[in-house]
Design a protein around this ligand. Structure first.
Ligand code: BG6
Length: 494
């Protein structure tokens, strides 16, 4: 059986930065099945050799440490290119012939939609028209869909209906690259592979949960797209809500794609929508100073580059526990972390050295990136100082335990999983729709009379001060424990 990965939109950034480097690394690790070929499809008039050369330059640019001339020589023989346009049946007939040309029949085909989202319906319809999507007894036909998956519930429903017109759900792999991150998958392992935390993982012991996904870069060359999206669509609907679902879900009975996704769907369907009247109380939006002069951004744009949201999950486990989510561009540093803040001891009989006795709580910080790992904070006795105490932490660091190069790029795993037919780390249609439903409720509030203002914030800050007030009103504050540069006590001091 041969395998063909067809990348539709192969001359774009994603192919060069992520897809080809990931396939190349899988090849080097001997994980690509025998008889795999990669067929790029796009408008540019490349030959196979041009494409190979461009991809070589890409790997040299984006993964210079991983480059090996001899391995590349072997890998590049698997790369092919077919010039074609997204509209026009004839291009898909030619594609179909080329697929047979670069592989032996019978073959598995994985189509990667790496194009602008407005082309998804047309591509899928044409692939189906050229009979490239019907599964044969001997080979699978699968489609990977890149984000963004719609821009609201209505458009996501309509895209799902186009996909379901041509494919069955089990053939569709909707990418959320956060799910390909080792540290994100480790949330599931940590919660359900260990017995000691799960009994505490609920409203009886958890005071609140924070999820921060901060970026230090601005919109860079993506102003055109970003200005039509904003951080709520770009980051919350997918990455942050996926993190939330993994942190909050019930243990799945077995570890397979549908059972896991059923549990995530239950969390998403229990999200309490933020009504327009609560918009300003539960959400904050900001725009970094200088955003309006970015390329591709409208001069009077009201697109948010930062948002913070306080939400609740209406189920038995989490009733009354606030989840605070924030994300933004041009913030102080690039960091993604989940913090589970446990309740205080019922009485505080011990003195805390910092003089902030009332503030001590246990806290678990899960570092998604960088400094991938975990920190658990607890109280310890300061030696030789009477009964003085101080918060200290136990830390686990992926790279220390498993080696500096232990963490692969998310796309390596996702591409292999799609080839192997494991959809656990891909979003199902109902997850996507529920996530949009929640995001739409926020956006509706942002258009109403109780909308929070769009607040400017400085590059290198943590967003508008109103994001601190969102927690401050509840007697809480954002914590930030990125490991070594902060002392263990730093989280106590605002
Ligand atoms: C993408 C967003 O999905 O995720 C980008 O479109 C963002 O705007 C990126 O920069 C962040 O991903 P990561 O893996 O660098 O945290």
């Amino acid at each position: 059986m041969s395998n063909v990965i067809v990348i539709l939109g192969a001359s774009g950034d994603l192919t060069a930065r992520k897809l080809i480097p990931a396939l190349y690394n899988n090849f080097k690790k001997k994980r690509l099945p025998e008889g795999t070929s990669v067929l790029g499809f796009a408008r540019r008039p490349y030959s196979d050799d041009d494409f190979r050369q461009k991809m070589k330059e890409a790997v040299l640019t984006f993964e210079p440490d991983d480059f090996n001339e001899a391995e590349w020589g072997k890998f590049s023989k698997l790369l092919f290119y077919q010039m074609g346009e997204f509209s026009g049946e004839e291009h898909y007939r030619a594609l179909s012939l080329r697929i047979n040309d670069v592989s032996t029949s019978p073959q598995n085909c994985l189509f990667y939609l790496s194009a602008a989202p407005e082309f998804y319906p047309i591509i899928v319809t044409h692939l189906a028209g050229a009979n490239l999507l019907s599964e044969t007894e001997t080979g699978y036909r699968r489609v990977i869909v890149e984000k963004p998956f719609g821009r609201d519930l209505a458009s996501a429903l309509s895209l799902n209906s186009v996909l379901h017109g041509a494919l069955q759900e089990h053939q569709v792999y909707r990418i959320d690259h956060y799910l390909g991150k080792e540290t994100v998958q480790n949330v599931v392992v940590f919660r359900f592979g260990n017995a000691i935390f799960e009994p505490l993982w609920n409203r009886n012991y958890v005071d609140h949960v924070q999820i921060t996904v901060a970026e230090s870069v601005g919109v860079e060359h993506r102003g055109n797209y970003y200005d039509t999206a904003g951080v709520l669509r770009d980051m919350f609907q997918n990455h942050l809500l996926q993190l939330l679902a993994l942190v909050a879900m019930e243990p799945p009975a077995v570890f397979d794609a549908d059972t896991l996704r059923n549990e995530k769907v239950k969390v998403l369907s229990a999200l309490r929508e933020i009504s327009p009247e609560h918009s300003a109380l539960s959400t904050v939006r900001g725009q970094y100073e200088g955003y309006l002069s970015e390329n591709g951004v409208g001069q009077d744009s009201r697109t948010e580059t930062f948002a913070a949201v306080r939400l609740f999950i209406d189920n038995w486990r989490w009733q009354g526990v606030p989840f605070y989510l924030r994300s933004g561009k041009l913030l102080n540093e690039k960091i993604s972390e989940i913090t589970v803040q446990f309740r205080r001891p019922p009485t505080q009989i011990l003195d805390v050295q910092a003089g902030k006795t009332e503030l001590f709580t246990n806290r678990l910080s899960i570092q998604i990136q960088p400094n991938e790992g975990m920190h658990l904070r607890f109280l310890a006795k300061v030696p030789d100082e009477g009964m003085q105490t101080r918060p200290v932490e136990m830390a686990f660091n992926f790279r220390e335990s498993f080696g500096v190069k232990a963490i692969p790029e998310a796309y390596e795993r996702l591409l292999l999983d799609a080839m192997n037919g494991d959809a656990s780390l891909f979003a199902r249609s109902d997850e996507i729709e529920l996530a949009w439903k929640f995001i739409d409720s926020i956006r509706e509030g942002w258009e109403g009379e109780h909308a929070p203002p769009i607040l400017p914030y400085r590059k290198g800050s943590w967003g508008p001060g109103a994001a601190d007030d969102l927690l401050g009103r509840d007697g809480r504050w954002w914590v930030h424990e990125s490991g070594t540069e902060d002392g263990p006590i730093a989280g106590l001091i605002k």
